[in-house]
Design a protein around this ligand. Structure first.
Ligand SMILES: Cc1cc2nc3c(=O)[nH]c(=O)nc-3n(C[C@H](O)[C@H](O)[C@H](O)COP(=O)(O)O)c2cc1C
Length: 128
């Protein structure tokens, strides 16, 4: 595998914790969204942010929109979001699933606007 980087946006630390584990697993560099290097040298980029009011955090949305289109076009990209709240178990499960889908869709839309192919287009029933 070529060079990999994990870029995260966090408020209370959860997303950083997950990003750290992913970076350890991949042997990837780990950076905050505030210190994104030139992304052209990376083959795999992982972007992580957190859910606020059912969508991606404003800072997460902002850094993804600012990403260098030329650097990410055609590259392997993965997304993750941390979420959760004090809701009742069933309600929490349902809202988390719905909210994550909306948030992922927004993240994918931002990347697709930059020329990145969405993974959902590559996925058929063998992905399930
Ligand atoms: C103001 C605020 C709004 C949030 N809204 C949601 C939400 O709508 N749905 C949800 O599942 N979690 C929500 N959360 C929970 C966070 O997404 C969750 O704690 C996340 O892991 C925080 O990431 P961080 O620790 O990296 O900042 C909210 C948290 C805060 C502080």
């Amino acid at each position: 595998m070529g060079k990999a980087i994990v870029i995260y946006n966090t408020r209370s630390g959860n997303t950083k914790k997950v990003a750290t584990k992913i970076a350890e697993g991949l042997g990837a560099e780990l950076v905050s969204y505030k210190e994104i290097p030139d992304l052209k040298k990376y083959d795999l980029m992982v972007f992580g942010t957190w859910l606020i009011m059912s969508t991606i955090s404003p800072a997460g949305k902002k850094f993804m929109k600012k990403l260098d289109s030329a650097a990410i076009k055609g590259k392997n990209v993965a997304l993750f979001i941390t979420a959760g709240g004090p809701e009742l178990p069933m309600k929490k499960k349902v809202t988390e699933i719905l909210q994550k889908d909306i948030a992922f869709t927004r993240m994918e839309e931002i990347l697709e606007a930059k020329g990145q192919r969405s993974s959902k287009n590559d996925c058929d029933s063998s992905c399930l």
